[in-house]
Design a protein around this ligand. Structure first.
Ligand code: HEC
Ligand code: HEC
Ligand code: HEC
Ligand code: HEC
Ligand code: HEC
Length: 468
């Protein structure tokens, strides 16, 4: 029986090819796997090859074997000579021409292997690049790619945060990727791309490649400028000393206390993570404290362990709010503060909905010049250049924060740091979040920062910080 089977698979071309494919892929998979064990880090896409593509080819080879065997049996039954007829081509190594052909074939195969290996290596590197992730599906990833290019992480590749090192995560992300290709090809993808990402790799394995959670940061001074919507665009200064803190010996304090190795915080929230219902906090001594929002639903929602991304949900895809974006442009001199009502008008015009970036740039310029033409006709001609320059800057701000074709609007992707764009920290640090014995999660302003000034004109301390 077994001998019959062996004959049937070794005497037909299809089974032989199948066997060759299976063996070749097996050897390749084994050597890639061994390389990984020895510490060669080929990056996520080598993994796709080892664990996804090669196995598929391997299975294809395996399937060819029985198909070939069945076809062989059928052919043998039908052939006039019956079982004894040779069906495979005969290679006679005594013939000089055959020998020469075999040599050429062997040489060509080796060359092919080198070429394919080189191409694969190159291809893998291309797929890892920011350009590939951000631009291969250009319109879909345009918001993320644009925001990433302007962020502190613009030199960190997409794959470092979204896939991370090692082989386990990429199969998952590549299966997702395959589906994404289909959804882009057939225009099935959601606009905007939903947030949060429920299957983001844990921050421990991504962010902590480069940042360590126990690093002591201490207090961080932040000085923020705002401008009033009056004719003079009056400058207001806020200043806060953020208690970022971190580990100091065995005693962790401040905001980074949440990610201290001894602290474990889990929370239950709705799908968007904007509404938090319940918090379970366990400290080093394994004492668990449970806080619940008395207004929240008793059950339902999703549990999650708190990590970096629960506060830093926008480390790389940072979208500004209209007010602060304009304030920053005025502060840095890109928009001329001496233009009357420039803050108020910028704010009004930049919140119009346009169909594309081009339409926005044109619309903003004409709205902006129209305002000065009507309200300040003399100034409009005298300072036409300053007005045009400010309008251009507004168009830039619009184009890096708003993406009409993906339905990304000012409030699509709120930042959880602080409490400006969303409730942020106050999702947990609020009065209604209490233990059974009515102890609440701290929400005094002083818990998180010392407010040195809140929207003040010329606060005293500024003369110390920036004399002259
Ligand atoms: C510094 C780490 C980091 C880098 C680099 C990074 N991302 Fe992200 N990205 C994140 C985090 C964190 C989230 C999830 C936010 C959440 O779930 O709340 C995210 C979310 C996303 C989302 C979902 C939409 C959203 O904004 O929430 C897309 C799409 C995305 N990233 C694509 C990319 C692309 C494309 C690149 C490269 C151009 C990239 N990312 C680079 C950290 C990163
Ligand atoms: C490949 C290394 C790398 C990874 C991975 C990485 N970062 Fe960073 N991160 C950096 C570097 C480098 C800087 C400093 C950039 C600078 O000073 O301009 C930085 C800066 C930051 C800052 C300060 C930003 C600011 O405004 O100055 C925060 C917050 C941060 N990272 C959070 C994260 C989070 C959260 C993750 C995981 C989602 C992450 N990082 C992943 C390298 C990395
Ligand atoms: C409870 C919320 C919270 C968590 C959790 C959190 N951070 Fe932060 N982190 C902050 C705040 C707030 C700041 C100061 C923000 C600012 O500078 O505007 C900060 C600042 C930083 C900075 C900049 C420090 C500097 O020197 O300027 C880095 C880097 C950083 N965080 C990384 C991380 C990493 C990595 C994790 C996870 C291990 C993490 N953070 C977890 C809230 C958090
Ligand atoms: C649970 C922590 C927490 C609490 C409680 C808190 N804040 Fe904040 N607040 C922050 C953080 C973090 C930021 C900084 C965000 C950033 O890095 O831009 C901030 C920023 C601010 C800013 C600057 C905003 C801007 O951009 O101009 C003001 C003003 C402010 N807080 C006022 C208050 C006041 C008033 C209270 C009390 C009613 C309060 N905060 C309570 C965490 C907190
Ligand atoms: C998922 C819920 C949750 C979120 C989100 C959250 N915190 Fe907390 N935080 C807690 C809990 C629980 C405690 C411990 C109870 C307490 O101190 O009242 C705590 C404690 C703190 C403490 C005191 C730490 C110490 O030294 O003992 C600070 C400061 C703080 N949080 C700041 C922030 C800031 C700033 C943010 C936003 C960037 C933030 N938290 C976001 C749950 C949260």
């Amino acid at each position: 029986m077994f001998k019959n089977f062996l004959v049937s698979i070794t005497h037909n071309v299809m089974s032989l090819i199948g066997t060759a494919i299976a063996i070749a892929t097996l050897v390749l998979m084994a050597s890639l796997f061994a390389m990984e064990l020895w510490g060669f880090d080929g990056g996520p896409y080598i993994g796709i090859l080892t664990y996804l593509i090669l196995p598929m080819i391997f299975v294809f080879g395996l399937i060819l074997i029985p198909i070939g065997a069945v076809l062989y049996k059928r052919k043998v039954r039908k052939s006039p000579g019956g079982e004894g007829t040779p069906l495979l081509p005969i290679f006679d190594l005594n013939v000089k021409a055959t020998r020469r052909w075999m040599l050429i074939l062997a040489g060509a195969t080796m060359l092919n292997i080198v070429i394919v290996a080189g191409a694969t290596y190159k291809g893998v590197h291309v797929m890892e690049s920011v350009e590939f992730c951000g631009l291969a599906c250009h319109s879909v990833m345009e918001p993320e790619h644009t925001a990433h290019a302007r962020s502190p992480h613009s030199r960190v590749a997409c794959a470092e945060c979204h896939i991370g090192p090692g082989a386990d995560w990429f199969v998952k992300s590549k299966l997702d990727g395959a589906w994404q290709l289909v959804s882009v090809a057939f225009d099935l993808y959601p606009r905007p791309v939903p947030t949060p990402l429920h299957d983001l790799r844990p921050a421990r394995e991504t962010c902590e490649q480069c940042h360590w959670p126990t690093k002591f940061v201490g207090d961080k001074l932040k000085v923020i400028k705002h401008y009033k919507e009056d004719e003079a665009n009056t400058e207001l200064t806020s200043a806060l000393l953020l208690k970022v803190g971190g580990s100091r010996a065995n005693n962790s304090h401040g905001i980074h206390w949440h990610v201290d190795p001894g602290v474990d915080i889990r929370y239950r929230s709705d799908d968007t993570r904007e509404a938090i219902y319940e918090i379970e906090f366990t400290d080093g001594d394994n004492e668990t404290v449970t806080y619940a929002d008395r207004k929240a639903p008793e059950d339902g929602g999703v549990w999650r362990s708190m990590d970096c991304v629960d506060c830093h949900n926008r480390p790389s895809h940072i979208y500004e709010s209209p007010g602060p974006a304009i304030d920053k442009a005025i502060d840095s001199g890109l928009i001329d503060r001496s233009l009357p009502f420039v803050k108020r008008e910028s704010l009004r015009i930049i919140q119009t909905q346009y169909e594309s970036h081009e339409a926005a740039r044109d619309g903003i310029v004409s709205e902006f010049t129209a305002f000065y033409g009507e309200s300040y006709p003399d100034l409009a001609t005298e300072r036409a250049d300053d007005i045009a320059a400010a309008a251009t800057v507004l168009g830039d701000i619009y184009s890096v924060n708003i993406f009409p074709q993906m339905n990304v609007w000012w409030d699509t992707y709120p930042n959880h740091i602080g409490h400006e764009q969303s409730d942020g920290c106050l999702r947990c640090h609020k009065r209604s979040m209490r233990t059974a014995d009515r102890q609440q999660v701290s929400n005094d302003c002083d818990t998180c920062h010392v407010l040195l000034a809140e929207e003040e004109e010329n606060p005293d301390f500024m003369s110390v910080l920036r004399p002259n």
